[in-house]
Design a protein around this ligand. Structure first.
Ligand code: MRU
Length: 371
């Protein structure tokens, strides 16, 4: 996607510098900063402290982290250490573990001398695959938006509601939940997107920055506004991303997603989840009891970051000093509340049967894949 007319991916390898370049998302939407990652520590810190964020992007970044680590030391001990250090950064999004395991499976059997080159090639592959997966999710999601537009009997745009940032900067490109929006807008369908603020880190501001850059009409709303908008017929469909989806289609995503799904159900509004297949955790069935939920720093809740009147970035405290704070970062929406999953292979029910039909080789590793 473009930033001020220049096409970007959210990360790219700089061959001259032999290092990864990322967009440092801590400063968006206020400042657009690029950061170079060139040590294992810098990769671990970038993931943990959310310089990069969003499940697919975390996975791709970790793969480049393994590649960088192999350049410095390609021993088996270094392989184990890098895997463990990167895997410990964020516990909920499964793409991290998926990418690290894919690296390990490829690199372990190789002679040490071949590991660095093979790891970098794999990281590029994972990044390119992510772009293609999200492009396809956009094409499938577009059909849902086209159907809504075709059913409309008034002049209103298709009104979508999204939570968190499941946009191009949460992936390598396109985004998951935003990809259908970009495709629909580019196909000339009038859209309006309700963007949940998404406290505590206000990822909605990132989504607003993205949609605004692409010319998509949107409104930034408080996290509590969605139910009211739904009751008044102002939302045609909800689309969110996911950090981990179980084999039966329970969806773990940014805290607050569950409440949106409940409100959507109560108002008979379709609730879709854009799901790249690396975000499916086939080893887990019951999301509520089996997915570890990341507990983040209290300061994310007690403080809010923004810009002052002179444009300087500042962080201000919103709670009384000493107030206790809780900060669970994700929640689980049970499959019964999910209308459907938009994957790169098509749209399916949020159920084991639905996912298995699209990904038979994953559901049952003995079965050949559909490609
Ligand atoms: O804590 P974050 O900002 O990494 O959380 C991101 C989300 O919850 C996204 O909705 C999810 O990763 C899907 S991204 C394509």
């Amino acid at each position: 996607m473009k930033v001020d007319g220049t096409p970007y991916r959210s990360l790219w390898w700089d061959a001259d510098k032999d290092a990864l370049q990322i967009i440092d998302q801590r400063w968006l939407p206020h400042e657009f900063c690029i950061e170079q990652l060139d040590s294992l520590e810098s990769f671990a810190c970038a993931i943990k402290d959310m310089h990069v964020r969003g499940a697919p992007l975390i996975g791709a970044t970790a793969a480049y982290g393994m590649a960088l680590a192999m350049r410095l030391d390609a021993s088996e001990a270094a392989l184990d250490r890098s895997w463990s250090e990167l895997n410990a950064t964020r516990p909920t999004a499964i793409n991290l573990r998926w990418a690290l395991d894919r690296c390990l499976d490829l690199l372990l059997p190789l002679p040490q001398a071949q590991r660095a080159t093979a790891a970098l090639r794999l990281a590029h592959e994972i990044a390119d695959e992510d772009v293609e997966i999200n492009r396809r999710i956009g094409q499938h999601g577009l059909t849902l938006i086209q159907e809504i537009a075709a059913r409309k009997t008034d002049a209103s745009p298709v009104r979508l509601l999204t939570h968190c940032n499941a946009g191009w900067i949460a992936t390598v490109d396109w985004g998951t939940a935003t990809s259908p929006m970009y495709h629909a807008h580019d196909a000339g369908i009038p859209l309006h997107v309700w963007v949940d603020e998404t406290r505590p880190r206000n990822q909605g501001a990132l989504t607003s920055w993205e949609l605004g850059s692409h010319g998509i009409s949107h409104s930034y709303i408080t996290d509590n506004a969605g139910g009211h908008l739904m009751q008044h017929g102002l939302v045609d469909m909800v689309i969110t991303g996911t950090d981990r989806t179980t084999r039966r289609g329970d969806v773990c995503n940014k805290i607050g997603t569950y409440l949106k799904a409940l409100a959507a159900k109560d108002n008979n509004i379709p609730f879709y989840v854009a799901l790249p297949s690396p975000t499916i955790d086939w080893s887990v069935t019951d999301g509520v009891s089996e997915i570890p939920i990341e507990d983040r720093d209290a300061r994310e809740v007690s403080h809010v970051q923004g810009t002052g009147d002179q444009g300087q970035i500042a962080s201000v405290q919103v709670t009384p000093k000493g107030t206790g704070v809780g900060n669970p970062a994700f929640d689980v929406t049970p499959n019964r509340l999910v209308t459907g999953l938009i994957t790169e292979r098509g749209i399916c029910a949020a159920s084991e049967a639905g996912l298995s039909a699209l990904f038979p080789e994953k559901a049952n590793p003995q079965t050949p894949g559909k490609g």
